[in-house]
Each structure stands twice: as structure tokens, then as C-alpha cells.
Design a binder for this molecule. Structure first.
Ligand code: HEM
Length: 70
């Protein structure tokens, strides 16, 4: 199904955004310039990764339950 593929691609690219945000956080911490918004920069993609990741996790089971998921 198209929708599943779209969410998988989203999860992939969010992982890149999250990785960049983690690197920025480390740089900010080392320079002692860490602020709340630098922290939130990583938290937002991580939250979306959790939601899309849980969806991807459930997919194979949902397919076995006989739904029209995959
Ligand atoms: C936060 C909770 C997360 C959950 C619950 C989660 C869950 C999953 C699941 C279930 C899959 C699909 C595995 C499969 O059946 O093929 C997946 C794929 C993947 N995850 Fe996550 N994930 C999470 C966070 C992350 C993070 C933090 C990263 C990297 C920074 C990441 C990177 C990836 C990548 C690159 C894939 C492969 C995507 C593809 O198929 O092209 N995930 N994840």
C-alpha cells in the first residue's frame, strides 16, 4: 500500500534529521551554548520517529490479522 511506503520514507528521512540534531546538540553542549530550543530540535524528530516507528512495527502483525494493511 502507498501509505505504508510513504511512512517508511518519512521514518528514514526523520532519522537523518534526528542525527543532525543530535550532532548540533553535542556541539552546543561542548561550547556550553546549549539552550532549550536546541534540545527541542532533537526531541521533535524523535517524537515523530517514535510514532512512525511504532506504526512500522505493527505493520507485519496487522497484515497477519488479515487486514488490508500491506
Ligand atoms: C523512537 C522509536 C523508534 C521506533 C519504535 C522505531 C521502529 C522502527 C521499525 C519498526 C522499523 C521497520 C523495521 C522493518 O520491519 O523493516 C524501523 C526502521 C528504521 N528506523 Fe526506526 N524506530 C525508532 C527510532 C529510530 C531512530 C532514532 C532512528 C535513527 C536515527 C531510526 C532509523 C530507522 C531506519 C533508517 C529504518 C529503515 C527505514 C527503511 O526501511 O528504509 N529509527 N524503525
Amino acid at each position: 500500500m502507498k501509505w505504508n511506503n510513504w511512512l517508511r520514507q518519512m521514518h528514514r528521512w526523520l532519522s537523518v534529521a534526528f542525527t543532525v540534531a543530535v550532532v548540533l546538540n553535542i556541539i552546543a553542549m561542548v561550547q556550553e551554548k546549549s539552550t532549550v530550543w536546541v534540545g527541542l530540535l532533537a526531541l521533535l524528530p524523535l517524537g515523530l520517529l517514535l510514532v512512525t516507528g511504532l506504526y512500522l512495527f505493527v505493520l507485519p502483525y496487522a497484515a497477519r490479522w488479515g487486514g488490508r494493511w500491506e
